[in-house]
Design a protein around this ligand. Structure first.
Ligand SMILES: *Cc1c(COP(=O)(O)O)cnc(C)c1O
Length: 378
């Protein structure tokens, strides 16, 4: 990939400063604009998640050991050979992030460097090539700038960003692909009114085992979770609480979110490991909790400990943490035959985390950790 030195103008739609990277270079990424940009034909409050693509996409190709051919194009379908390796052996990795319209009209993305690090960790685990940060960030900035009118300005709404890499070499034999596509696509999302969810502790199926791929955002992890989740839905629950593969006692994650408990004022969450995804929301909430002087424990927590806490009548808050919902309050936890109710009243600490994170991202509150990266200036 050619790095090109330029004098940069933040206000120009096609060139962006990347002073956050500490250098005065940008990638030369051509933009092929769509003839018409059909925004605002949707009602944000009724939009089903992930259905409406924005007008453009970002695309780069990997072959002969390097990324090349990066560009922005009108959103289009892909043409791939049925022999493409991604259809057969699961070399697919993705990220999920959001861009926000701030109160001053600027658009920022939330902690892109942390998402990028995880993207590369996932890619590495799947034997896939790293994506350089410059390519990741510049591709994303340029796409968001090109599709700027798609970033909603209503409170709580956002532009959901999905970077992903797929193996495209045409070969039916099992092997590491020598060719890949890196794409970024976006979709507007309305405010997420997280209805409290009912979860059950899963002790039959597992999501991840030590040494496996649980910490990676690779497609197979989600495919394998669909059936257990469906069985939980059929039994009247909203999600499963995954347990460890060895003893099936220690709580790992809540569906596709990290899980946190606040028991008697102490925030407890399982430590990141090879089976638990290193969530950006998880990390951000832990930082906010520590800022507030709340005791944080990153440690194993078994369902026996939960049973004991509920049994003693302790105040137990439980919630999922992830980019989509930020905080998904858990209403009840079912362990075997017994269902325990969690604390959901308005003074629960989990709501304060959600409110604070949202205020930081909207630019309504100071951003002491420097999490917002402004990518488009008003
Ligand atoms: C994406 C994801 C999360 C949450 O990560 P965020 O960075 O907070 O969005 C948690 N668990 C799993 C399994 C995930 O795929």
């Amino acid at each position: 990939m050619q790095l090109q030195a330029r004098v940069l103008c933040k206000r120009s739609p096609d060139f962006f400063t990347i002073n956050t990277l500490g250098m005065e270079t940008i990638l030369n990424i051509p933009v092929h604009k769509a003839e018409t940009v059909a925004t605002h034909q949707y009602d944000l409050n009724k939009l089903p998640f992930g259905k409406v693509p924005t007008s453009h996409l970002f695309l780069a190709r990997y072959s002969a050991g390097e990324w090349a051919d990066a560009r922005i194009e009108p959103f289009h379908k892909l043409s791939l050979s049925p022999f493409a390796l991604c259809f057969h052996y699961g070399q697919t990795v993705f990220e999920g992030m959001k861009a926000f319209r701030m109160h001053d009209g600027n658009i920022s993305i939330f902690r892109p460097a942390k998402h990028h690090e995880r993207f590369n960790r996932s890619l590495e685990r799947m034997g896939m090539p790293h994506v350089p940060y410059e390519l990741f960030l510049e591709g994303m900035r340029l796409l968001i700038a090109t599709d700027a009118e798609w970033t909603p300005d209503s409170p709580g709404a956002a532009l959901y960003i999905r970077p992903f890499v797929i193996a495209t070499e045409e070969r039916l034999g099992v092997k590491i692909s020598d060719e890949y596509l890196f794409l970024i696509v976006c979709t507007p999302v309305g405010p997420y009114y997280a209805r409290p969810i009912r979860v059950r502790v899963e002790t039959n199926y597992i999501r991840a085992a030590e040494g496996g791929t649980g910490y990676a955002k690779c497609g197979g992890n989600y495919g394998g979770a669909l059936l257990p989740t469906k069985e939980a839905l059929d039994a009247g629950f909203d999600q499963v609480l995954w347990t460890d593969a060895g003893r099936k006692e220690f709580i790992e994650e809540s569906g596709t979110m990290n899980v946190m408990f606040i028991i008697d004022g102490i925030l407890i969450t399982p430590p990141v490991s090879s089976t638990i995804l290193d969530g950006v929301t998880r990390d951000s909430i832990l930082a906010l909790a520590r800022d507030r002087g709340i005791t944080v424990q990153e440690r194993l927590i078994s369902y026996h400990e939960l049973e004991a806490a509920f049994g003693q009548g302790l105040r137990v808050e439980a919630f999922g943490a992830g980019t989509a919902a930020v905080v998904a309050p858990i209403e009840s936890v079912t362990i075997g035959e017994r269902t325990y109710n969690c604390y959901l009243a308005a003074d629960a600490a989990m709501y304060a985390f959600k409110t604070e994170l949202e205020a930081i991202r909207a630019g309504n509150q100071e951003d002491p950790h420097g999490w917002n990266e402004v990518v488009v200036c008003n």
